[in-house]
Design a protein around this ligand. Structure first.
Ligand code: SAM
Length: 279
């Protein structure tokens, strides 16, 4: 909304900086998933599904020694399609970009060797099953779908602490991580609903430590995104901005998922459930 009230400190936060931060979290898991599973072949056709700004593509290209790779990347947000296309052009990626929804792909049946939807299926209605069906349809026989969801993403709790400290116990609702999507069994079970044989589905839980240079900047940036109530910012959020950030940081100091290094930088532990489902 153009005329929605936004605290000045939230406006000052750079959307690109936040996007770069989120990329670090998602790309780290993509890298670990690829380290676990990547076929050796002369040529592969890969689907980067819900591509964002190209985290999966970057992870694959940094690791693969496959002589001939073709990547088709889609997103349903034109801003991401544009950002991915620009990165593909400037980095010379062997990639084509499509503005396409994951649950209605225009790709032919049996197109891909690997179809990777990194932190995407939980954004799609009907538990993402329509998107997984499309992944199954467009995979070659023997091809593998990889899809992920967070099991541990310790950014929502400090935001809850900050809202409690500044808006009280009856504050407005915020975005959260729905508990069902943290369950590996639930995530793996979706593959069977989408047509994959149960015996061809493997679930792994992968963890990573994400380096954060400036924890205050991280707290302020995260609060400026996740601290916005679903119904919009409150006038009081302007005045209580520093108190919110301080409460966020108090959580980090006390949490086992946050580790302060001697050089003043931090590591944040994250964990994701990763499903590998072969057609
Ligand atoms: C959390 S981001 C993950 C981006 C990237 N895969 C990564 O690993 O960082 C989720 C992405 O899914 C995209 N997305 C959401 N719904 C989608 C849909 N129905 N079809 C295609 N992409 C979708 C979003 O626009 C966003 O780029």
């Amino acid at each position: 909304m153009a005329d929605e009230f936004t605290p000045k400190r939230a406006e000052l936060q750079d959307a690109r900086a936040y996007a770069e931060l989120s990329s670090k979290f998602t790309q780290g898991i993509a890298e670990k998933a690829i380290d676990l599973f990547f076929p050796k072949a002369e040529s592969l056709v890969i689907h980067d599904n819900g591509c964002g700004t190209g985290e999966v593509t970057r992870a694959i290209l940094a690791r693969s020694s496959v002589p001939s790779l073709t990547i088709k990347a889609n997103d349903n947000d034109p801003l991401y399609v544009e950002a991915y296309a620009a990165a593909a052009k400037s980095n010379g990626w062997p990639a084509e970009t499509f503005n396409m929804s994951a649950d209605a792909l225009d790709f032919e049946d049996n197109t891909f060797d690997i179809s990777f939807a990194n932190f995407v299926v939980f954004l799609i209605p009907d538990d993402g099953v329509p998107a997984l069906r499309e992944m199954h349809r467009t995979l070659k026989p023997g091809g593998t779908a990889i899809y992920t969801a967070w099991q541990l993403l310790p950014v929502f709790e400090p935001v809850q602490k900050a809202t409690l400290a500044t808006r009280g116990p009856n504050g407005p609702l915020l975005r959260t991580l729905p508990p069902i999507w943290q369950s590996g069994e639930f995530l793996a079970g979706l593959a069977a609903k989408a047509g994959f044989e149960k015996d061809n589905v493997r679930l792994e839980t992968l963890s990573n430590k994400v380096p954060i240079k400036d924890i205050r900047e991280f707290a302020e940036n995260t609060w400026s995104r996740l601290g916005r109530p679903l119904t919009g910012w409150l006038q009081g959020d302007e005045e209580s901005w520093d108190a919110a950030v301080d409460a966020f940081l108090e959580f980090c100091e006390a949490s086992d998922s946050y580790e302060r290094l001697e050089n003043g930088e931090w590591l944040i532990e994250v964990r994701a459930n990763v499903v590998f489902a072969t057609k």
